[in-house]
Design a protein around this ligand. Structure first.
Ligand SMILES: [Zn+2]
Length: 162
């Protein structure tokens, strides 16, 4: 089972490398990531969260097939935004409300390197944006006001010391 890296590890705040090899190792990695995500009851997981600098993430919403996004690009966002309580497997136990665009269009390639485009709204759009941020070293605590960020981190470090 892949280990999920927690906040504090430098890889979580670095920009991930583009995926270039579409081979069995990539397939294995995505399967292992999916398994680790499900094991921790997550709905999305990005490669930097398992210590690998690669621009890819997996999404697993309830009652939906697994989705894999490799070398993704968000190409459009709705002007309308919405708020939702997010968590992150790299911050176990920390949840807070984050505002993000309600809908996005994303382009990516699949496990064989074949391009696809997807329009997403609702929870899927939410997860896509959260995971996409991980590929650029951006964390959900970076998407709130500095005051809220400080409160969230203070709460998180208290929780870790419990
Ligand atoms: Zn996350």
């Amino acid at each position: 089972m892949l280990n999920i890296v927690l906040y504090g590890e430098p890889i979580l705040i670095q920009k991930a490398q583009k995926v270039k090899e579409f081979d069995q190792n990539l397939e294995r990695l995505t399967l292992d990531m999916y398994e680790a995500m499900k094991h921790d009851n997550g709905i999305g997981l990005a490669a930097p969260q398992v210590g690998i600098s690669a621009r890819l993430f997996v999404v697993g919403l309830e009652n939906e097939p697994p989705r894999i996004f490799i070398n993704p690009r968000i190409v459009a966002m709705s002007e309308e935004s919405s708020e939702y309580e997010e968590g992150c497997l790299s911050f176990p136990g920390l949840y807070f409300t984050v505002a993000r665009p309600s809908a996005v269009d994303i382009e990516a390639v699949d496990i064989r390197g074949r391009p696809f485009r997807l329009s997403a709204d609702g929870l899927l759009a939410r997860v896509i944006q959260h995971e996409y941020d991980h590929l650029d070293g951006i964390l959900f605590i970076d998407r709130v006001s500095p005051a809220k960020r400080r409160r969230a981190l203070a709460h998180y470090s208290r929780m870790l010391n419990m």
